[in-house]
Design a protein around this ligand. Structure first.
Ligand code: PSV
Ligand code: MN
Ligand code: MN
Length: 382
């Protein structure tokens, strides 16, 4: 069990290090990175204190640089890797009626070319994942042809998929509403799954935990996707209402545990299981690096609890039809305090048992706050 926790890998998103906010206000914080290089420096700190966050996801064009080799070298020097490449097809005037699904072929061409550029960047920096969120949709009944839009989407994704090197996977993320309010072209796991089936084996579903209608049983759909071999990975975060992007494990630690319980049961916690663990969060109020450290710790705690489930006792209770007994096995694990065990593991890994306290003591925050004074806002909401 400790070995699984030691090998766990959780990717942080470059955009979580930049200033963020809501559509009402972006709050500037001191010490915010001014360049993608500085975002990598901050991501390296999260890895330095947790030992399980060795990669950072990029969003293009937010993280576009002139010299990709230099960025990859910078990451390597900082002790981390460049992870998923996220194309951005949602922030241009041309995409008002959609990007890959737009009725205008010229707009589709532009958006598809951006995907191809991202595949090229990914291949150059050795990224294993092209992480696609398609913000397309419609606001009114009759605005466009729902089925034709799926056809356009398939054609565009096909180009990207065919251009990917063997080592790359395409993960297709879904979101049930926002920015569109009548249809989204990829609103749910079923639509993503259907597109992935047509593309091929290296196309898989990305589950962002904040992208479901209230009441959706996320662990159920996770179990189904695991069974079909199409669970590509997660964007972890918490939600209370919509796409809140709060710290994972904050709003509903029990839900996170239930999801990880399904993964543990399927042996999908290992890095080579092909299920990528990524965070997708915005820290509007709280300081960024400490929030990401806290988030990683939250995932570790839920994972440890999921690994503590006595699977033999659970299987026996399930066989016997012992409803309360089976439930008790799961709840016993959930209620276990795993913090001392994780502190011991960290010491074993040569880390401080309390990563947050160690970060605060390190002086890094004070240093970036003085050195980066006057830095520009970067990334989401900037
Ligand atoms: C969209 O809400 C999303 O979850 C996608 O993953 C984007 O890439 C990310 O948020 C941007 O913050
Ligand atoms: Mn996401
Ligand atoms: Mn989101």
């Amino acid at each position: 069990m400790l070995e699984v926790l030691r090998r766990q890998r959780i990717e942080t998103p470059s955009w979580a290090y930049g200033n963020s906010g809501t559509r009402f206000k972006v709050f500037a914080q001191p010490g915010i990175p001014r360049t993608p290089f500085e975002k990598i420096d901050d991501a390296a700190q999260v890895h330095r204190f947790t030992g399980v966050a060795p990669s950072v996801a990029l969003h293009i064009p937010w993280d576009r640089v002139d010299d990709w080799d230099a960025l990859a070298r910078h990451a390597a020097d900082a002790g981390i890797e460049l992870g998923a490449v996220n194309p951005n097809v949602f922030q241009e005037d041309d995409y008002r009626l959609g990007s890959l699904c737009n009725p205008d072929p010229a707009v589709r061409r532009k958006a598809t070319d951006h995907l191809l550029e991202c595949v090229e960047i990914g291949a150059r920096i050795g990224s294993p994942v092209l992480s696609m969120w398609v913000a397309d949709g419609t606001n009114y009944a009759g605005q466009d042809d729902i089925r034709a839009r799926q056809d356009r989407l398939e054609a565009a994704l096909r180009e990207a998929y065919d251009a990917m090197p063997e080592s790359m996977r395409l993960l297709l993320e879904y979101k049930f509403f926002e920015p569109h309010f009548y249809t989204m072209d990829v609103p749910d796991w079923g639509t993503s799954f259907a597109q992935c089936l047509r593309l091929g084996e290296r196309a898989q579903v990305l589950v962002d935990t904040g992208h479901h209608a209230p009441g959706t049983n996320i662990e159920f759909l996770v179990a189904i996707l695991l069974r079909e071999g199409r669970l590509g990975g997660f964007h972890f975060n918490s939600r209370n209402y919509a796409d809140d992007d709060l710290m994972v494990g904050a709003a509903d630690p029990f839900q996170l545990f239930r999801i990880l319980h399904e993964l543990a049961g399927a042996g999908a916690l290992e890095p080579d299981s092909g299920v990528a663990f990524m965070l997708d969060q915005c820290h509007n109020l709280e300081p960024k690096i400490p929030a990401l450290i806290r988030s990683i710790v939250n995932v570790q705690e839920a994972t440890a609890k999921a690994l503590l489930v006595d699977r033999e006792a659970l299987a026996a209770a399930q066989r016997d039809g012992d409803v309360l007994g089976a439930h008790a096995v799961v709840m016993d694990a959930f209620h276990t305090d795993v913090r001392p065990m994780l502190a011991g593991l960290r010491e074993d890994m040569g880390l401080d048992p309390d990563p947050l306290a160690a970060y605060h003591r390190s002086g890094y925050q004070q240093r970036i706050e003085s050195e980066r004074a006057g830095g520009a806002a970067m990334g989401w909401g900037a």
